[in-house]
Ligand binder design. Structure first.
Ligand SMILES: Cc1cc2nc3c(=O)[nH]c(=O)nc-3n(C[C@H](O)[C@H](O)[C@H](O)COP(=O)(O)O)c2cc1C
Length: 85
């Protein structure tokens, strides 16, 4: 794998997250784990040939928790896209 495949991984993550949502699960991608690859590898007993790209929390959302009421701002699609017809 090299730089051309990073976007493939990103698309895989998104597809996985969409399917998880469809199955009633909540997810949170966590790229920060990639800054601690050795610690994570030891914890999950990963083979030395593996590369840690991204972590992901997955589970059932507790809608009564205040932290899960946060809704992040989304820019309107027109603000970063030019449509040509
Ligand atoms: C690939 C990817 C990696 C991410 N990694 C982190 C991370 O390491 N730490 C973090 O606080 N948020 C990270 N985020 C953002 C959160 O996963 C999440 O998108 C954010 O909390 C906003 O939630 P929302 O997407 O439901 O609005 C990442 C998002 C993506 C798409």
């Amino acid at each position: 794998m090299g730089p051309p495949q990073w976007s493939d991984l990103g698309m895989f993550l998104q597809t996985f997250m969409l399917l998880a949502t469809e199955a009633g699960l909540a997810t949170c991608a966590q790229e920060a784990w990639a800054t601690k690859p050795q610690t994570v590898a030891e914890y999950v007993d990963a083979p030395g040939t593996s590369m840690l790209f991204c972590g992901m929390a997955i589970g059932y959302e507790d809608t009564t928790e205040a932290v899960n009421t946060l809704r992040s701002h989304r820019f309107p699609v027109e603000s970063f896209t030019t449509f040509i017809s």
